[in-house]
Every structure is written in structure tokens, then in C-alpha cells.
Design a binder for this molecule. Structure first.
Ligand SMILES: Cc1ncc(COP(=O)(O)O)c(C=O)c1O
Length: 475
């Protein structure tokens, strides 16, 4: 007789519904829980669908954070769910270890067809940082050099390798020695790049075509010239499209906006390696990919003895390969890139139009559904006092004064684009509609407008967060 009870997820969720944040605080990360409570982001989300989250009272929120850019077909996409169910029903010989991986070749083939350049092979990993580590290792072995050049504010992940080329000090502090022979240069600075590359020490230059932290755009020809410099000095160019790749900007690869492509298709440059992840997962099963030129890949996998020189236990598992294949399939079917380009243009134009009346508004920039709204110090004395007070408390605080009422009063979830920035970033699921954009634009107009009143949220939030900070400092 079998006395085992069934696992009941619904029951588990219901029984802990009122303790979610306490459990997180007690057993996962108390500081994270404290931050959520302080900034009012401790909403009890009960369900999600498409571009929306729903709280336990059934209220809908437009999700402009998109799980950090991982939902190309929307949250809980029925198509991806169906693909996962198919994979499970087929009782596939998942993870043979030593034996043929059924689906990896198919996904690699699709990625190589889509990538704008002449690439030869794909190495799969699980998270983005893991793929960055793999790309670094490939570049080092291929060039037999150590050096790595990366950009200020470049973000490539937080494993020790990826962190070593991440140009945001706040993530690096306190962890001791990272990879040796790394050099940080300013983004968009070709002279600095040339100076470094001409030393002949560098294996790779790693760059995001559009920087995620701050949503910084490359200046005209920067990427093409950088690729020429890399070629001239024998350095591998790694384009990190983990966030901006796979449709986010309205093209399969963001680099295509800047002339990247095969020469026969009019492309003027291409990187040696692309890394992608995030959206390839369909928002369900983590998967990342290093798309490399053949000779670079061959430098690692140079003989039968070296055939497993780089590997991860869970990469190429059937579920991650399935979601990758299904994501690419349905994005093509639904013409997701065209949709993203159209809706992204609508959002940018609407925000620009309705926010330019405000002193604190600086600009909107973006490609597709990777959009930034930047603010600036106002001219009028009263507002400047508020601006300075908030910035003195914390240089990342001003945007929070907009994001908090955006969430609580307008039910739009978004994020600050990075530490010490007056930039809000919007990276929603790629199913966002024009009607959603209208709501987002109105929410911005109302909230930014309120910040221009002396009794507005800038002061209120400043006071609230200052008090919370003092309490934390006293702990
Ligand atoms: C450009 C870029 N590279 C690398 C990473 C790291 O990916 P992961 O968080 O999956 O390790 C990220 C994550 O946000 C990213 O945006």
C-alpha cells in the first residue's frame, strides 16, 4: 500500500500567502524584504499573464520590468507552456550526460541562422553570467592572451569572471581579487580602446551594444570602429546581447541597428562572439548561448580529448532547449520584432510628447521596448531645493519618488536604470500593446507632474526613505 501524500503546490501557496515576505526575510534575504517594504514594492502578486501582474485583490499592474527582460511572448505564455508540456509528455531522454543531446543541435542551428554574421558553433549554458564566463575563456584560449577590456557601467553578470568585466563598482566591492589583467574604459571612447588594444595584451573587448545600466546608446559608428580596432589588434570582440538580444529592441539582435551583419546583406561589421540569454528562455527555463566564430570555438574544443573542456551539468537540458526553440518559433510566427518596433516607437513618441512640458524631464531614448526616461536638475529654485535634498540623501532616490506612486497609484511597475542614475528603465514583456503604452504615458505624466509641485511625492518619498535609512543605520 502506498501511503505517500501528493505534493500540492496550490495548498502550499495558499497556506503561506500572508507570510511570503516574512518567509523571505527569515530564510532568504532580510535586506531585500526590508527594501521592498520601504519602497512600497511589497505587493502580493497572485498571478500573471501577458504584460500584466495581478495582486491578491485582482488588481492589474502593467509590468514594465518584465522579470529583467525575460518575457518575449508575455508572462505565462500558453505557447511556451504547451511546448514544455509536449516535452514532458514525450518522456524524452533528458540529459544523457554522455550521449547525444536531442535538441541542442536544432536550437544552435536556428541561432546561427538568425545571428547577423558568420558564426560557426553555439555553446550553451544556463544563466547569462555563465555564458559571459564561457566567452571570456574562449577568447583567452583563442588569443593566448589574458587581458580583458570592458566599459564603465557595462554589466555582464556577477559570477567571478563576469564580475571582473562589470564596470559598476557597487557590485564588485568587498569580494577581493577578481580576474587579473582587466581594464575599464569609458563607453563610446574609441581612443581609450585603441590605446588599450595597441598594447597587444588583450584577449577580448566585451561590450553591450546598448548598455543596460542607464540605457546608454552607442555613438554613431562606435561599434563598427571598435570591431575594426579589435580586428587590427587581434582582440576578440564579444557583443553581450543577453538583455538586448532576441527581439528586445525590435530586431533579433540589437547590433543590427548599428550596421552589424553579413557583408552580403549590407552589414559593415560583426563581433567574434555574441552572448544571448534572458528572452531565449521564454520566461520559463533558463538558457544562455555563446554564438562564436568557428575558429574560436575550435580553439577550446580542439581535439576529442578536449571535447568537454567547457561544460555545465544542466546546459542543453531538454526543457531549456525546448523553450528556446518554441520562443524563436512563436516570435517568428507572431512577428514579434515588427510588433516591438512599432509599439516601442509609439511609447517613446508618447512619453516625449507628454513629458517635455516638465523642467525635470531631460529625454526619452530607446530602441523597441528597451526605453529610458531620464531626468535632470530643474532650473526653478524651489524645485531645485527638493531635487538637491533628495540627491543628497541618496543619488538613486529621485527616480524612486516617481516609481513608488507609479506603482501604488497607477499600477505600473518599473525600475531605476542603475545606481546613482536619474533614469527610469522600461523593459516590459514584448507583448505590450499600444493601449498599455497610453496608460504608462499617462501614469508618467501624472507622477512627474506631481513631482513639480512643492508638496509632491519628491518630498514625501524623500522624507520616508530618509527615515527608513536612518532606522537601518541604527540597526
Ligand atoms: C547585458 C547583461 N549581461 C549579463 C547579464 C547576466 O545575466 P544573469 O543575470 O542571467 O547571470 C545580464 C543580466 O542582467 C545583462 O543584462
Amino acid at each position: 500500500m502506498n501511503s505517500q501524500t501528493s505534493f500540492n503546490l496550490r495548498e502550499l501557496i495558499d497556506s503561506s500567502a500572508n507570510r511570503v515576505l516574512d518567509l523571505h526575510s527569515d530564510f532568504v534575504n532580510p535586506q531585500y524584504a526590508k527594501v521592498l517594504r520601504t519602497i512600497g514594492f511589497d505587493v502580493n502578486y497572485a498571478r500573471a499573464e501577458g504584460a500584466y501582474l495581478y495582486d491578491d485583490k485582482g488588481q492589474q499592474y502593467i509590468d514594465c520590468l518584465g522579470g529583467y527582460a525575460v518575457f518575449p511572448l508575455g508572462r505565462n505564455s500558453p505557447e511556451i507552456q504547451d511546448a514544455i508540456k509536449q516535452a514532458m509528455d514525450l518522456q524524452l531522454p533528458n540529459l544523457p550526460g554522455i550521449g547525444p543531446f536531442k535538441l541542442a543541435g536544432l536550437l544552435a542551428q536556428r541561432l546561427l541562422e538568425l545571428a547577423p554574421g558568420n558564426f560557426g558553433k553555439v555553446f550553451f549554458a544556463t544563466g547569462g553570467a555563465e555564458a559571459v564566463d564561457a566567452a571570456i575563456k574562449m577568447a583567452r584560449i583563442y588569443t593566448a592572451r589574458q587581458g580583458l577590456v570592458y566599459c564603465h557601467r557595462g554589466y555582464h553578470g556577477l559570477t567571478m569572471g563576469a564580475l571582473s568585466v562589470t564596470g559598476n563598482a557597487e557590485f564588485r566591492e568587498g569580494f577581493g581579487d577578481l580576474l587579473a589583467s582587466t581594464v575599464e574604459i569609458p563607453f563610446n571612447d574609441l581612443s581609450a580602446l585603441e590605446r588599450e588594444l595597441s598594447t597587444g595584451r588583450h584577449a577580448a573587448f566585451i561590450v553591450e551594444p546598448i548598455q543596460g545600466k542607464g540605457v546608454n546608446m552607442p555613438s554613431e559608428n562606435y561599434l563598427r570602429e571598435a570591431s575594426m580596432l579589435c580586428k587590427k589588434h587581434g582582440t576578440v570582440l564579444i557583443a553581450d546581447e543577453i538583455q538586448v538580444g532576441i527581439g528586445r529592441t525590435g530586431k533579433w539582435f540589437a547590433s543590427e541597428h548599428f550596421g552589424c551583419g553579413r557583408p552580403e546583406q549590407g552589414g559593415t561589421w560583426q563581433p567574434d562572439i555574441f552572448v544571448v540569454a534572458k528572452a531565449l528562455s521564454g520566461g520559463y527555463v533558463p538558457v544562455s548561448a555563446v554564438i562564436a566564430r568557428d575558429e574560436i570555438h575550435r580553439a577550446v574544443f580542439s581535439s576529442m580529448g578536449n571535447c568537454s573542456k567547457m561544460q555545465n551539468t544542466f546546459s542543453m537540458n531538454d526543457l531549456s532547449m525546448t523553450v528556446g526553440l518554441a520562443t524563436l518559433h512563436y516570435m517568428r510566427e507572431r512577428k514579434t520584432c515588427e510588433h516591438v518596433a512599432r509599439v516601442g516607437n509609439y511609447l517613446v513618441a508618447g512619453l516625449r510628447d507628454r513629458l517635455r512640458q516638465f523642467e525635470m524631464f531631460k529625454e526619452v531614448r530607446g530602441h523597441g521596448l528597451m526605453v529610458a526616461v531620464e531626468f535632470q536638475r530643474p532650473q526653478s529654485l524651489g524645485l531645485r531645493l527638493g531635487w538637491d535634498m533628495v540627491h543628497k540623501l541618496d543619488e538613486s532616490l529621485f527616480c524612486q519618488a516617481i516609481l513608488m506612486p507609479m506603482l501604488t497609484d497607477h499600477r505600473v511597475l518599473a525600475q531605476v536604470a542603475g545606481h546613482r542614475l536619474d533614469v527610469i528603465k522600461l523593459i516590459p514583456p514584448l507583448t505590450l500593446s499600444e493601449a498599455d503604452c497610453d496608460k504608462i504615458i499617462s501614469a508618467f505624466e501624472a507622477t512627474v507632474g506631481a513631482c513639480h509641485s512643492l508638496a509632491g511625492p519628491m518630498w514625501a518619498v524623500g522624507k520616508k526613505l530618509a527615515a527608513a535609512k536612518m532606522r537601518t543605520a541604527n540597526v
